[in-house]
Design a protein around this ligand. Sequence first.
Ligand SMILES: Cc1cc2nc3c(=O)[nH]c(=O)nc-3n(C[C@H](O)[C@H](O)[C@H](O)COP(=O)(O)OP(=O)(O)OC[C@H]3O[C@@H](n4cnc5c(N)ncnc54)[C@H](O)[C@@H]3O)c2cc1C
Length: 496
Amino acid sequence: MDHKYLNKMLSEMDKDLASKGMTRREAMKLAGLTGAGMLMGATNAQASEEETKKAPTSATGKIVIVGGGLAGMSTAKRLTNMLTNPDITVIEPEELSVSYQPGQTLVAGGIWDIDDIKYKRDDYVPDGVKIIKDKVIDFHPQAKELTTVNGTLVKYDYLILATGMHLDFERIKGLEAAGRAMSSGNNSRLLKAMGDDGVTSIYTAEGAEKTWVEMQKYIEKAKNVKKGDKKIQFLFTHPSTPIKCGGAPKKIMYLTNARLKEAGVRDNAELTFYPNGGAMFGVPEYHDAIVGQFEREGFKWHYRHNLVEIDKENKIATFDAKWQEKGPYDPIMRDFEVFSKHEKVRVPYDFIHITPDAVAPREVGESDLGSAKGWVPVNKETLQHIRYPEVFSLGDVAQVPMGNTGGSVRKQYKVLCDNLVAKMQGKKLEAKYAGYTVCPLITSIGTVMLAEFDWTVKPVPSFPLDPTVERWIFWLMKVYALKPMTMIGMLKTGQA
Ligand SMILES: Cc1cc2nc3c(=O)[nH]c(=O)nc-3n(C[C@H](O)[C@H](O)[C@H](O)COP(=O)(O)OP(=O)(O)OC[C@H]3O[C@@H](n4cnc5c(N)ncnc54)[C@H](O)[C@@H]3O)c2cc1C
């Protein structure tokens, strides 16, 4: 953590709080207890009351969880609370699997250090849960068994798929050598492929650390821009697939903007956003708010641009740009025909932040447990597999049409545990995921717009406040409250 920055921010915040008649302790209480509790869908008091009401059950069966990241390990912990005699095995190859991915944005903005987000799998394996430190390579759902890379055959009565998503950097021409990456763990191949000249991505932990190094380099270059010189070009992309935390590609843009302003060189830089889609956010209220923020900050943006190539030598990013043209009148359909067009657009960059396509791990997508698109097809409310009733899935790999965030996992793991235990007891699956998710959209250092929504595609604010307004209290929550809530509330206790 940058302590100089932190102290400055805290003293500014104290002034701000004093003007509202509040101490920092009172504010932290609000952010850490009420705020985080409300994000869980209930106050902490209500949540623990609910916990104590549920006595553990004696249901039995061998449960195997593939993937011990946030979703898999939190689910393992919660199931140990719910079963008197749990038989749970987690299969997870990555030593740092429970690292705190939402903090990668803060690392890239120079607010946290990488050590603030690294957490070891072995410190989070719940008591009584077996761990296999290996990767599943083959699934045989008809036989209810699977095999790992090292050849171990594992049988199960119930299977939970929590493998997360892969980052498909190799799809981008010029980055083929990067292969596919995961957010946590060793991604040296990717870092090597990106090189050391302004190509960045916060989507891996080490990439986030490198983003901060590159950002500072180009802020320094902005300091040398003279009147009449070309401005330093900062580009930010958003791909064509579902991604982890839909707000992250914009958060890094806002943080770059904040750091340029802090250095007094914002006027020497141009910041441009290239999303593949045709809107800033799927919820109209948040879309409008973001467009307003972009206009206020002087950002440029071009919709329907998908990054397809990086020419590192000449520093050119190539996008596939799409648009529609009106054709001749069709008298049968009584409407004009519409033609879809596209062309390659070459854009010079100094610094580029890439958000890669996300795909399901091959071993899942190509097995009978995956859908045509690779994700695990589940009933979006019960999280039960649509073909194999003893299989459940949650988190980034589950085919649930809602944001891939820790916020979604926080709601899903409770539903999944309730339904799995019901299934083990031969009861009806009654718990339902209502589609809640949350994106704490960092808009500057010290402000966050808390975009909460669900299946209704409408804002569902936990607070009696306008959810489209950027607030310091949500920044406090992002920086101080959400990590303990995740690492302790979900992973260590299975209760948040
Ligand atoms: C830059 C960034 C910013 C984010 N910001 C936010 C935010 O502000 N708020 C928020 O709520 N969320 C945020 N998220 C998203 C959040 O971190 C993820 O949605 C969450 O981690 C998903 O949990 P998961 O368990 O599904 O996947 P992961 O935590 O990625 O875990 C999946 C695990 O499965 C393992 N695995 C994969 N394949 C196999 C296999 N074949 N065999 C065994 N194990 C396997 C992997 O090694 C991995 O450890 C952000 C993520 C990123 C990258």
